[in-house]
Design a protein. Structure first.
Length: 205
C-alpha cells in the first residue's frame, strides 16, 4: 500500500502564508481589526513549527461580513456564534486552514486583543498579541479540560519555547494579569508553571 505523502515544513508554511495573505485582504475589505494568535505566533516568539491553520481574533460584529467575503472567494466555512472556521474549497479537505474567533468570546481573549503590536509574519504585516498576552492565551488553552490532551501539551511546549527565547519582567507581569481572568488563582498557577519551566522541572497539566 502506498503511504500518503507527508507535507514538507516549507510547503506547509507556504500554504499558511497564502492563507494569511488572503485573510489580510478580506479583513481590509470588511474594515476589521484583528490580532494574530496561535501557532504562527508561537513560531514568531519561540521556535517556528509547521502549523495547520491561521488563528485570528476579530470583533464579533465583523464575523458575518468576514464569512460572506470568505464564501465569495470560494472557501467553505462553518459558522458558530463566536467563530468562523475556514476550509479550502476542496470538498475532501477535512482540516480547517483558519479560525477567526470573536475577541469577546471570553475575558482572556478580550484582554489579549487589547495588547498587540505590529509585526511581519510570513511576509504579511499583521497585528500580533504581545509576548505576555500570548503566554496567557496558551496557558488558558492548556488548562481547558475540553481540549485534546496532545494539544494541551503542545501549548505548554509553546510557552516553554517562548520564555526560553525571550521573556522579561514586563512580559511576565502582562501574562499573569491576563491569566488571572481565566479562573480563580490562575495567575498563581501560571507563575508556578513559568518557574518550573524556567528551572527545567517536570510539569503537569
Amino acid at each position: 500500500m502506498v503511504q500518503p505523502a507527508v507535507p514538507h515544513y516549507i510547503d506547509v508554511m507556504d500554504a499558511r502564508a497564502r492563507t494569511l495573505a488572503d485573510l489580510q485582504s478580506i479583513l481590509r475589505e470588511v474594515g476589521s481589526e484583528h490580532a494574530l494568535v496561535g501557532g504562527l505566533v508561537a513560531g514568531f516568539y519561540g521556535r517556528p513549527r509547521a502549523t495547520i491553520d491561521v488563528d485570528l481574533l476579530v470583533p464579533k460584529n465583523k464575523l458575518s461580513k468576514i464569512a460572506a467575503a470568505l464564501e465569495q472567494r470560494g472557501y467553505r466555512i462553518v459558522r458558530t456564534e463566536d467563530m468562523v472556521r475556514v476550509f479550502p474549497s476542496d470538498l475532501e479537505a477535512e482540516e480547517a486552514i483558519a479560525d477567526l474567533v470573536a475577541r469577546a468570546a471570553n475575558p482572556v481573549l478580550r484582554a489579549a486583543f487589547d495588547e498587540t503590536d505590529d509585526a511581519v509574519v510570513l511576509g504579511e504585516k499583521v497585528r500580533v498579541v504581545r509576548r505576555g498576552a500570548f503566554v496567557a492565551l496558551e496557558f488558558h488553552a492548556a488548562m481547558s479540560r475540553s481540549r485534546a490532551h496532545a494539544d494541551r501539551l503542545q501549548d505548554v511546549v509553546d510557552i516553554e519555547r517562548v520564555i526560553k527565547r525571550q521573556f522579561d519582567a514586563t512580559d511576565r507581569k502582562l501574562a499573569l494579569r491576563i491569566a488571572a481572568l481565566s479562573f480563580p488563582n490562575a495567575d498563581r498557577d501560571l507563575e508556578q508553571l513559568l518557574d518550573d519551566l524556567d528551572a527545567g522541572r517536570p510539569v503537569t497539566i
